[in-house]
Design a protein around this ligand. Structure first.
Ligand code: PSU
Ligand code: MN
Length: 337
């Protein structure tokens, strides 16, 4: 009896958390900084399995028009599995949850939209000046968390950069993951970063990290192996959903990272990609590229060096992560009902 009432209290609290986030969202909407499209509003109300998507991939990660094509195909992958995609971006100073195809096209044509790569610290500037912003993983996590969206798909998250101990270049993604009740599905982090330090930092921030599938080897984005191991490995969407649900019930309020290796047929040869990365890093050093410019710079260089191969792999892994995220979101909603 005692046990049952305790469980009920926990359940009520987790429901309350959902309503609390709704109340603050209503407040935000009145202030006109937030705009949720009708499909997402309906999905939130009905508790459909929503998957959040970031938009820096569109504005700074991939070149136009591949970026637009990719953003659309990723949404399709989510729908195919019964999920509802919510691409998040800032358009003319309003945070948009769920973009129309026209909005994706307009934002993606970056020579016209002039988007700002938007992490937490950039949000007030972009909104205050009514600009366009591609939200990074950290920027998107803030919005998804406020909306009560529990699953989020992307390609790769930011991390601790190589020589981070000297430069202090640690992505805001890691800190935001530590304080958002959202599960991110990604292909790990790129080996342009320091993967062991990134994993250590995630542990410090209290982020649950697991690989998805048979292995515990943490994937390195373009390739399936990094030589580093994640603390856990989950077998599939049902297990992932149970773990996410436990975190929500306990109101841990910290994020989770499910690292999905790029599908075998799309993986790049480890040596080839390492060479491309080394070359790109050298060029970045020569050109004195720093701060928020470094990730987009390296992505572009690697794409040039591999003659477009890395771009193909990048798109394939995002699509695959979207499929996995939708499957997890579907299982999670089953547990909530
Ligand atoms: N990794 C990619 N493609 C990307 C990014 C990372 O393979 O587009 C973007 C994501 O939006 C991520 C951001 O959140 O870069 C991290 O940037 P920084 O390292 O400046 O925090
Ligand atoms: Mn940085």
């Amino acid at each position: 009896m005692f046990k049952a009432s305790r469980i009920l209290t926990v359940l009520l609290n987790s429901n309350r958390q959902f309503y609390e986030s709704q109340i603050s969202v209503e407040h935000l909407m009145k202030s006109s900084v937030l705009s949720i499209n009708e499909e997402i509003k309906h999905a939130l109300e009905k508790q459909y399995p929503i998957v959040a998507l970031e938009s820096t991939i569109i504005t700074h990660g991939l070149p136009y028009p591949d970026n637009v094509k990719c953003a659309m195909s990723v949404e399709d992958k989510i729908r195919e599995k019964g999920g509802v995609p919510a691409t998040i971006a800032i358009i003319e100073g309003r945070v948009k949850v769920g973009l129309t195809p026209e909005e994706i096209e307009r934002l993606g044509d970056t020579s016209k939209s002039n988007p700002i790569k938007t992490s937490r610290r950039d949000i007030p500037y972009v909104i205050g000046n009514k600009l366009n912003g591609g939200t990074t993983v950290s920027g998107t996590l803030i919005v998804a968390n406020k909306m009560g969206i529990s699953v989020f798909a992307t390609g790769g998250i930011g991390g601790v950069h190589r020589e981070g101990e000297k430069t202090f270049d640690i992505s805001a993604d890691l800190i935001e993951l530590g304080r958002s009740q959202v599960a991110v599905v990604s292909s790990g982090v790129k080996s342009i970063l320091d993967i062991p330090k990134t994993l250590e930092y995630l542990e410090t921030q209290g982020v649950f990290v697991a690989t998805y599938g048979e292995t515990t080897e943490f994937p390195a984005f373009y390739s399936r192996s990094s030589g580093c191991h994640a603390p856990y490995s989950v077998s599939g969407p049902v297990e992932a959903a149970k773990i996410i649900s436990s975190s929500i019930m306990l109101k841990l309020k910290s994020g989770m990272l499910f690292a999905v290796p790029v599908p075998e047929q799309n993986a790049l040869d480890n040596r080839e990609i390492q060479e491309a990365i080394e070359k790109a890093l050298e060029e970045a050093k020569e050109c004195k590229i720093r701060g928020k410019q470094i990730t987009p710079f390296l992505l572009r260089k690697i794409w040039e060096i591999t003659q477009g191969k890395s771009l193909h792999t990048n798109i394939a892994l995002i699509e695959n992560n979207a499929t996995v995220a939708a499957q997890i979101a579907v299982e999670l909603e089953k547990l909530r009902k």
